[in-house]
Design a binder for this molecule. Structure first.
Ligand SMILES: [Zn+2]
Length: 323
């Protein structure tokens, strides 16, 4: 009853109860509420246009931090791209060339990094450019890295095969000839020391004291050992595979037997003067696919270019071989 209002009526000189309809009250409340709401909204809009709420402020900060992070991510990606480019150049121009492989074309290295559709999900983003470009860059780099890894894998396989070949090819001198003092007659036309007629000398002679150790010049298998009274005398033939054979003649003694596997640098026998020979020396031959070749070209692990020149000079100036 506290809400009941009375009004004084001068005509009747009495207080009369003021009747209030429920609908009128409701209307008034609604009106007030509406006014309050409009004012509140107006104030809020004004406030928001001038000031951020703490949540908005936090989001804005986070957004700008993300942008900065994306930018620094892009800089790092550019660095990685640069390194990868250098690796690819080296791969194409050095490693692949060494193993007789064609360079990988640019179109293969940088192609096929996914369709446009892969990136459509980023298009509704506010900063879609940077997000899109970063994603594309990562995809390209991943693809390039994969192709690069594949190339190295191929080369590694070839290197393993090549390594076996490299350790088999005759590549050192057959005796310890550091100062080249043992070097004597080389490859070519010579007067035969015994028959006194011009004859082609198919090997290289090293004049060394009897008993000096003779080394296998590459990995291989001893394919023949013979002791002849004339010709090569006591001699060893090593089959190195890959078409290479070497022959070591006029030995005083053997240090291997037929069928032995030998390693480059292993002692296979000792210098002598057996067979048709005029002095204690080693006659050394290299054969490629059954044909004699100049042994001079097969000391590449032993000789510097200067020493090579010196050896060529010594062996071509000595016009006499010891056979
Ligand atoms: Zn000779």
């Amino acid at each position: 009853m506290g809400n009941t209002k009375y009004r004084f009526n001068p005509k009747t000189l009495t207080y009369e109860k003021v009747e209030k309809s429920f609908s009128k009250v409701l209307l008034r409340i609604s009106l007030y509420s509406l006014i309050i709401l409009i004012v509140a909204l107006g104030l809020s809009a004004l406030f928001l246009s001038k000031f951020d709420t703490p949540a908005m402020k936090a989001l804005r900060t986070e957004n700008s931090e993300l942008l900065t992070q994306y930018q620094s991510l892009n800089e790092k990606l550019a660095q990685i791209e640069n390194v990868l480019d250098q690796i690819q150049v080296r791969d194409d121009n050095i490693y692949r060339v060494v193993f007789n492989n064609d360079p990988i074309p640019e179109s293969v290295r940088k192609a096929g990094f996914g369709g446009v559709d892969n990136y459509s999900k980023f298009e509704s983003f506010d900063n879609n450019d940077i997000v899109l470009n970063t994603s594309k860059k990562i995809d390209i780099i991943s693809k390039q890295a994969y192709i690069q890894a594949k190339s190295y894998e191929d080369l590694l396989q070839q290197a393993i095969t090549k390594e076996k070949e490299l350790s088999s090819v005759p590549a050192i001198m057959p005796l310890s000839n550091k100062d080249l003092t043992y070097t004597s007659s080389g490859w070519g036309m010579r007067m035969h020391p015994v028959y006194k007629v011009p004859r082609f000398h198919y090997g290289m002679d090293f004049v060394a004291p009897k008993g000096a150790p003779i080394y296998a010049t590459g990995d291989g298998k001893v394919s023949s050992i013979q002791s002849l009274r004339t010709g090569h005398g006591k001699h060893v033939v090593i089959d190195h595979g890959f078409g290479y054979e070497t022959l070591y003649a006029h030995m005083s003694a053997f240090n291997v037997k037929v069928g032995d596997k030998v390693k480059r640098g292993q002692v296979i026998g000792f210098v002598g003067s057996t067979g048709t020979s005029t002095a204690s020396h080693l006659h050394y031959e290299v054969l490629k696919n059954g044909v004699n070749v100049n042994p001079m070209h097969y000391y590449f692990m032993d000789l510097t270019p200067d020493e090579y020149e010196k050896m060529v000079a010594i062996s071509s100036n000595i016009k006499r071989s010891f056979d």
